[in-house]
Design a protein around this ligand. Structure first.
Ligand SMILES: [Ca+2]
Ligand SMILES: [Ca+2]
Length: 194
C-alpha cells in the first residue's frame, strides 16, 4: 500500500517537473523570437513551442482539465472540496450537476488523502443508510460490508433514530448524522477528463 508521503512526493515532483518544462518552453520561445523576425524558416519550431506552452503543459499542470483548476488530482481521479456548507441531498445534487459524485472511500490511501485536505472541518461523504436503516451503502455501489471503514468509536449510532448520512469529522473519523444537517462541507470526485 502506497503511503501518503510517497503520494505527496510523487505529486510534488510531477508538478515541479512540469513547471520546469514550462519555463524551458518559455526560454525556447524567447530564443526563437529574434530569429522569427529575420527568417520565416523558424516559424515551425516557434509554432511548436507555442503549442507546448499553451496547450500541452496546462494539461499536465492541471490534470483535471484547465477549466477544473479547483479540482485536485489524486491517484487517477479528481476531487473537489466545497467551500460552502449544505445538507447531504443538496451536496449529492451539486456533485451530480458537475458530472461527479460524493466521494467514496474504499481504502486507507484515499482516506489519508481526503483527511489531509479537510482543513479541520466536517465533510459529507457518499455513504448513507437512508433506504434501509443500518444497511450502509456507498452511492456508487462499492461494497460496504467487506470494504474499508473508519468510524469514530461508538458510531454509527443512529442517534434518536434520525442519522442516515455520513460526515467525515475533522479528525478524519466517520460519524452518522441527520441528512438535513446544513453544517457540513462536501467532497465530490470524478474520473480524469478523457
Ligand atoms: Ca441510520
Ligand atoms: Ca452519530
Amino acid at each position: 500500500e502506497a503511503s501518503i508521503h510517497t503520494i505527496h512526493i510523487k505529486n510534488f515532483i510531477y508538478s515541479f517537473s512540469c513547471i520546469y518544462n514550462l519555463l524551458g518552453y518559455c526560454l525556447t520561445y524567447i530564443k526563437f523570437l529574434p530569429l522569427l523576425l529575420v527568417s520565416k524558416a523558424t516559424v515551425k519550431p516557434f509554432m511548436l513551442s507555442f503549442f507546448f506552452i499553451f496547450f500541452f503543459c496546462p494539461l499536465l499542470v492541471f490534470p483535471c482539465g484547465s477549466r477544473s483548476r479547483e479540482w485536485e488530482y489524486f491517484d487517477g481521479r479528481c476531487y473537489f472540496f466545497s467551500i460552502q456548507r449544505t445538507n447531504w441531498l443538496k451536496a449529492k445534487a451539486k456533485c451530480q450537476s458537475w458530472n461527479s459524485q460524493l466521494v467514496v472511500i474504499q481504502d486507507a490511501a484515499k482516506q489519508n488523502f481526503i483527511q489531509s485536505r479537510t482543513r479541520n472541518e466536517h465533510y459529507w461523504i457518499g455513504l448513507t443508510d437512508m433506504d434501509n436503516e443500518g444497511e450502509w451503502r456507498w452511492i456508487d455501489g462499492t461494497n460496504y460490508l467487506n470494504g474499508f471503514t473508519n468510524w469514530h468509536k461508538g458510531e454509527p449510532n443512529d442517534s434518536e433514530g434520525k442519522e442516515d448520512c455520513v460526515q467525515m469529522h475533522n479528525d478524519g473519523e466517520w460519524n452518522d448524522l441527520p441528512c438535513n444537517n446544513e453544517n457540513n462541507f462536501y467532497i465530490c470526485e470524478k474520473p480524469l477528463p478523457s
